[in-house]
Every structure is written in C-alpha cells, then in structure tokens.
Design a protein around this ligand. Sequence first.
Ligand code: SF4
Ligand code: SF4
Ligand code: FES
Length: 340
Amino acid sequence: MFNPTIVNRASQFWSCTIASLRRVTCQNSYYRSVRFLSNTKQTEKEPSERESVINAEVAIIKDCKIPPDERQQEDKPRLQTVRVYRWSPENPNVKPYMQQFSVDLNKCGTMVLDVLMLIKREHDPTLSYRRSCREGICGVCAMNINGVNTLACLTKAKESPKPIVVYPLPHSYVIRDLITDMEQFLKQYQSVDPFLKRPGEENFVGLRQILQSPKDRKKLNGLYECVLCGCCTYSCPPYWWLGDKFLGPAALLQAYRWILDSRDMGHKERLGKLRDFYSVYRCHTIFNCTKTCPKGLNPGRAIAQIKRLLAGLTKKERPDMETPLPNPCQGEDVYPCREE
Ligand code: SF4
Ligand code: SF4
Ligand code: FES
C-alpha cells in the first residue's frame, strides 16, 4: 500500500543523507544508509522504532563515525619495512648505506612517494628526494623501487613481508640520498633542439596558427607524453658505459618526436646531427627502456625508427596540410613585409 507518511519521511531522510554526504563524503555512512533503506519494509509497522533508527543514522552521518568494530580494524597498524639508500655530502667519509624504517601504511597515502613523505615527516626529516606534482606529470620523483626504475608517485606501496627497497636511479651521480644529478641528461635533451623549426619564417613566429591534420597529430601519440623522468635512460646498459656520447633513449625519443612532427621543417638538420658513431648507434635494441617506462612509452621503437630514417629505409612523409605564409602586401597590418 502507498503510505505518504513513509514516503515523506524517506525523502526527508534521503535529502538529509545526501546533504551530509556532500559535506563529509563519508562512504561508510552511505553504506549504512543503503542498508537502512533495504530494512525499511521490516520496520514499516513500527514507526517510532524506524524514526529512532533514522535519527541514529543521520547522527552517524553527521559525525562521520565509524562503528567500533570497523574502527578497531582501521586502527590496527599495517607495518611495512622500507629500506632507503642514504648518503649525505655533509658526511663524505660515511659511505652510502641502507637505512631501514618500519612505517605504518595506515598513516599515509597508497603510493611509495607517500611512504617517503611519511618517513620524512615522522621518522627522519633529513631524508632527501625530489617531488612536485605527485601524479606522474613532472617526472622528478624517478627512482629505483624494488629493482625497477619508476616514478615513486605512480608506484603502489603494497603491504608485504618483503621490504620496499628504494635506491636512486642506477649509474647516476648522487647529490644526496635519492637525489641524482640530471645535468648531463638535460644537456643531451637540449642537444636535440626540442622545439619547432621553420627556417625562413622567423618573422611570423606567433602571428598565425601552423596547421596540422588530425592524422598527422595522431603520429605524435606515444611520443609527446614523455615527462623526461630519465627512468629509461638510466636503465639502458649502453648509456651506463657511454653516457657522455650516446644520447640515451629519452633524448632520442624526443628527437624522433620533433623529426616526425608534420609542422617541423628541420628534420634533415636533425638527422644530420644524429649521424655519427655514438649518438644513436650505441643502442643495441635491448628494450630495457621500453620495459621500464612508467608512462608506457616505447623509446626503443623510436630509436629503431631513427635508425631506419638515417639508413634511408624510410622517409619523412609530406604533411597533410601546408601553412602558407601570409602575403604582407595586401593591406594586412598584422604581418610584417616578407623579405624577398
Ligand atoms: S633499446 Fe636501446 S636505448 Fe633502449 S635500453 Fe636498449 S640499448 Fe638502451
Ligand atoms: S620515455 Fe618514459 S621513461 Fe623515458 S624519460 Fe620519457 S617518460 Fe621517462
Ligand atoms: S612527483 Fe611529479 S612525477 Fe612524481
């Protein structure tokens, strides 16, 4: 039977519930509310009891309380051993060592970066590492976690009887603890001229859009997402031995990204710069780089494509859309006169 009182009370309850949920975002309370609704039929005959249940539930939602049994479970510490590489330039005579911490995973977020932040906050404030975005965008939290080069903010800290072992990126110069010197890596990135080149169009920079078809734009997928974390470069054996001459997978992936770009007109010059004994050809297609990339990119394939271009096995395709230079002598004020 349709009972308007029950419907009214139920709707009152739900508006109250939703408002509280919006305020406190308490999932546990939400589930309890759902449980109550499924019990509504049983309590239909006893309105006063139902009212008291509603009030109790609303109070719980308001306070965002967790029932004692669940709370006990949440309070139980989830201890995890973490071993972290330590070295400080302030004590140069102390050799690098591994420091062990026992951290409660309940006190931090779910990622290894959160664990490191907890260690710094509660165990040892001298622990040093780089971090910024904590969501895999800036690429600065690259380190070696459980034997894999990856981003600490994208790696889950799982509760395990084995310790979480954290080292700086392998075969890199350590500045302090987990902070490595990326100067050579960034110089190599700079050396591939990571910007659009359109020789002869310097006077028109910023004055018009340079056109690109959706098909040409799609070719950059899997290349432009690189965050320059260096995980691939520091996992590459040839780079470990010849890092000063071989550009490494990250810089070469970027070089290929600009060679392939349909808007770029400097691909011949770019390829010319790579045509030597070391820059590209020290890659032995081991694919450590591809295996380790935390963004799921394939630098090994990019290097193979550069080798094909250098060998003349493939050529850069013509762009689908050309961007004509504006004619400056038609009464247009915005463009400077083109030099003939
Ligand atoms: S594929 Fe080439 S660049 Fe990548 S890890 Fe192997 S040798 Fe290094
Ligand atoms: S290719 Fe992947 S691993 Fe290498 S620098 Fe870019 S994001 Fe990092
Ligand atoms: S903190 Fe930015 S990528 Fe990890």
